[in-house]
Design a protein around this ligand. Sequence first.
Ligand code: AHM
Ligand code: MG
Length: 344
Amino acid sequence: MSSDFAEKNNVNTDIVTLTRFILEEQHHYAKEASGELTLLLNSLQFAFKFIAHTIRRAELVNLIGLAGASNSTGDDQKKLDVIGDEIFINAMKASGNVKVLVSEEQEDLITFKGPGNYAVCCDPIDGSSNIDAGVSVGTIFGVYKLLPGSNGSINDVLRRGTEMVAAGYTMYGASAHLMLTTGNGVNGFTLDTQLGEFILTHANLKIPLSRTIYSINEGNYIYWPAPIQKYIDSLKEPQPDTGKPYSARYIGSMVADVHRTLLYGGLFAYPTKGKSGKLRILYECFPMAMILEQAGGKAVNDNGDRILDLTPKEIHARSGIWLGSKNEVDKFLKATGQQFLNLN
Ligand code: AHM
Ligand code: MG
């Protein structure tokens, strides 16, 4: 609590740091918990701070450009992809709470020696094709508790998204913003670089119910099936309620596009192109879907199935995705004739 004197002088002497928040959340929702997830979240925040610091200095210390290799899914790796991945792996290994790690940059699953009851899936630096232009990129992560009796295997991560115990992303933009859920709503934190702490700035965040903004790479129009083409076309017509068409916003960095969608409302989509989607289920679609649902929004695939009910067949499996404000996703489902039965 800040005193009257502090308040009069506009000074908050009682800020909620991420560490304080997760300890209080553990006390509130899981009094009997061992504290391992709390420690793991603490290790994650160290990785985010380290990556944020590295990205900020990238141009100055020759970390811009290609590393000269490609990653597990065939994308060209940027130097920062390699460094971000290494920072993440080392932080998770050092936490002592992580047994299994899936990274977009690693073809195979990593199993750490030693203790650990959790599996973490991550895209250490998503949207890295934007990085040389100083556009916001981010780290996306999802956390599972290992299956009972498991010593760490692929089965710990080839599970439905509903089984994640925590998920979120950190966007490295003008500031570093961490959006986190442990299944009790979404809370947003902003990194105060002077204090070196993530500060609670968006408590119990809810996405607006609707907003006439759509976010999609329309360069792929020709690959979409007719109902999707028709739906996107319809957004460019004056809408019955506003008399105006939707606005288009597309950054090309999922974390930045989803972050805007979460704060302003609207619809973000990356539908299937040809045979498969682009975005990876475990470390792109699942964490974003959990964040969106916990904020009161929705996330479905091209068939209208709830994203969190999918089970990936392999660690780098992909899916089409439509996420955003509840009314916007429902409108898409209605227009394309699909039912989304699993949620209210
Ligand atoms: P990446 O994991 O290789 O960075 O690719 C994922 C990114 C997302 O951040 C973004 O939504 C999408 O790719 C953009 O793809 P496109 O350039 O095809 O629009
Ligand atoms: Mg990615």
